[in-house]
Design a protein around this ligand. Structure first.
Ligand SMILES: Cc1cc2nc3c(=O)[nH]c(=O)nc-3n(C[C@H](O)[C@H](O)[C@H](O)COP(=O)(O)OP(=O)(O)OC[C@H]3O[C@@H](n4cnc5c(N)ncnc54)[C@H](O)[C@@H]3O)c2cc1C
Length: 415
C-alpha cells in the first residue's frame, strides 16, 4: 500500500488526507497542533467556501454542521464617484462559512478514527527528509509557513512584491438583527483607494452562529489602522473606530457586538505570492507544496481556501490514477501545471480585485447593478473565476459580453 505523508492539518492537507483514506491509502498527517489545540487556538482566515468547494468537502462525508447558516442573498456594493452600485443576487447554491478551527479539529479527529496516522510535530525541513525516506510522496500543506525558501518564488506568476492590504478580522455575536426579506445575508463593500468590508454569517468553533467582519485596508488609506491590534478587544475596538468614520451602516450593526471567543480575531498582512510547487530537501528528495504554501492569495476574492480544496481534491484523483507509477518531481510539476490552468484565473481575478476597476470592468459592474443576469453571473464567478474571462481582462471581450446581454456601448448612467 502506498504511503503518503502530509505536513499540515489545514484546508488542503485534510481534504487530501481524508480523500486518500477513502481510497485506502496509508496516510500520515503531521500537524503542529492537536485537534483540541486547533479548536481553541487563534482564528484563521474566515474561509467562506463557495458551492464547488463546499460540495467537494461534503463528498468526504464529515461535514457535521447542520446549524451553519448558508448565505444565499449576496450584496456586493461598489463605491464609485457617481455613487454606490448595488450588485445583488439570490444564489441557488449558497456560500458557507464554517470556522476552520471547528472544521479542521473535527476532520483531524475523524482522520484518526478512520485509520489515518497523526504525528503532532511542528515539522522542519530535516523532519521532512525523514518522512520522505519512508513515504512514496510528501505533500507540504503548511499554509503561510515558509521553510527557508524551500519553495522558490515564481516571479512570472507573482504580481505583487508587497502586501496590498492590512487585514483586521473578528467573529462577533450580538450583531444588530438585519435579516429581512430585502436584506442580504452577506454584504461585501468595495471602496477603491480605501479597501473592502466583508460582513457574513459564520458558524464558529463553539458551534454558535456569529458574523465575520473583515476589513481590508489599503496601506496608507483611511482604513489603515494607526497601529496593528495585539489582542481581541483591541482589534474589535479598532474595527469599530474605523467603521464609525468610513461606514456608519456597519458601525450601527456591530456597536453592541462582542467577540465570539477570546481568540476570534486576527490582524496582519502578507504578500500574495505564487511559488514553484516542487521543493528540494537537503537529501535531494522532492516534496510537493499545495495550498497557501505555494499559492498565497489576498482574501479579497475568497479564493485561498476554495483553491486549496479544489487542488487537494484534484491531486487526490491524480495520485489514485497514478497507481504504482512513481510520484516523482516530473509528475508533481505536471499535476500542478494542469491545476494552474484553472487557478491562474482564480489568481488573476483575485489580484484584479486589489486594484481599482479598469474602465471596461466598471462598465460591467455598472451593468450588473441594473441587470439581474449580469449580477448573478458576476457573483457566481467567485466560485468559477474562469467564467469571468476573457471579459475581466479584455475590453473588447467586455463589450461583446455586454452586447450579448443587450447592452450597448453608450450606457445610460455615469460611473
Ligand atoms: C483574513 C482572511 C480571510 C480569508 N477568507 C477566505 C475566504 O473567505 N475564502 C477563502 O477561500 N479563503 C479565505 N482565506 C484564505 C484561507 O484561509 C487559506 O487560503 C486556506 O486556509 C489555505 O489552506 P492551507 O491548507 O494551505 O493552509 P491552512 O488552512 O492555513 O493550514 C495549514 C496548517 O498547517 C499547520 N502547520 C504550519 N506549519 C506546520 C509545520 N511546520 N508542521 C506541521 N503543521 C504545520 C498550521 O497550523 C495549519 O493547521 C482567508 C485568509 C485570511 C487571512
Amino acid at each position: 500500500m502506498r504511503h503518503i505523508t502530509i505536513i499540515g492539518a489545514g484546508q488542503a492537507g485534510l481534504q487530501l488526507g481524508l480523500g486518500l483514506l477513502q481510497h485506502n491509502y496509508d496516510v500520515t498527517i503531521v500537524s503542529d497542533r492537536t485537534p483540541i489545540q486547533i479548536l481553541h487556538g487563534r482564528a484563521t482566515g474566515a474561509a467562506t467556501l463557495y458551492h464547488t468547494a463546499t460540495s467537494l468537502e461534503q463528498s468526504l462525508g464529515y461535514n457535521d454542521w447542520p446549524e451553519a447558516l448558508p448565505a444565499s442573498n449576496i450584496l456586493i456594493e461598489m463605491y464609485t464617484p457617481g455613487g454606490v452600485l448595488p450588485i445583488q443576487t439570490q444564489l441557488s447554491q449558497p456560500w458557507l462559512t464554517v470556522d476552520q478551527r471547528l472544521k479542521h479539529a473535527v476532520w483531524l479527529h475523524q482522520f484518526s478514527q478512520h485509520g489515518g496516522r497523526i504525528i503532532v510535530n511542528p515539522a522542519t525541513i530535516e523532519d521532512m527528509d525523514d518522512y520522505a525516506r519512508e513515504s512514496d510522496l510528501v505533500v507540504v500543506a503548511a499554509g503561510k509557513r515558509q521553510f527557508n525558501g524551500l519553495f522558490k518564488r515564481d516571479d512570472r506568476r507573482s504580481v505583487f512584491d508587497q502586501p496590498q492590504r492590512r487585514l483586521l478580522q473578528v467573529y462577533v455575536t450580538g450583531v444588530h438583527p438585519w435579516y429581512a426579506a430585502t436584506n442580504p445575508q452577506a454584504k461585501i463593500s468595495f471602496i477603491p483607494g480605501v479597501g473592502e468590508i466583508f460582513f457574513l454569517p459564520i458558524y464558529t468553533n463553539l458551534r454558535q452562529r456569529a458574523h465575520i467582519l473583515l476589513l481590508e485596508a489599503v496601506p496608507g488609506g483611511p482604513f489603515d489602522p494607526p497601529h496593528l491590534p495585539t489582542n481581541g478587544p483591541d482589534c474589535l475596538a479598532t474595527i469599530r473606530e474605523l467603521l464609525a468614520v468610513v461606514s456608519p451602516w456597519h458601525y450601527g450593526k456591530i456597536k453592541g457586538a462582542e467577540l465570539s471567543d477570546g481568540n476570534s480575531w486576527l490582524a496582519g498582512s502578507f504578500t500574495p505570492t505564487v511559488r514553484k510547487v516542487v521543493g528540494q530537501l537537503p537529501s535531494g528528495a522532492s516534496v510537493l507544496g499545495i495550498g497557501d504554501v505555494t499559492n498565497l492569495n489576498d482574501p479579497v476574492g475568497g479564493q485561498g481556501a476554495n483553491n486549496a480544496t479544489k487542488f487537494a481534491h484534484f491531486l487526490c484523483k491524480r495520485i489514485v490514477e497514478r497507481a504504482e507509477q512513481p510520484l516523482d518531481p516530473a509528475w508533481m510539476h505536471e499535476v500542478s501545471e494542469e491545476f494552474w490552468r484553472y487557478s491562474r484565473y482564480a489568481n488573476a481575478f483575485n489580484n484584479g480585485l486589489l486594484v481599482p476597476p479598469l474602465p471596461h470592468q466598471q462598465h460591467i459592474l455598472l451593468a450588473a447593478s441594473h441587470n439581474q443576469n449580469i449580477a448573478a453571473e458576476f457573483i457566481q464567478g467567485f466560485d468559477n473565476p474562469p467564467s469571468l474571462f476573457p471579459w475581466f481582462i479584455d475590453p473588447a471581450a467586455a463589450e461583446r459580453y455586454l452586447a450579448a446581454h443587450g447592452i450597448g456601448q453608450s450606457l445610460p448612467f455615469a460611473v
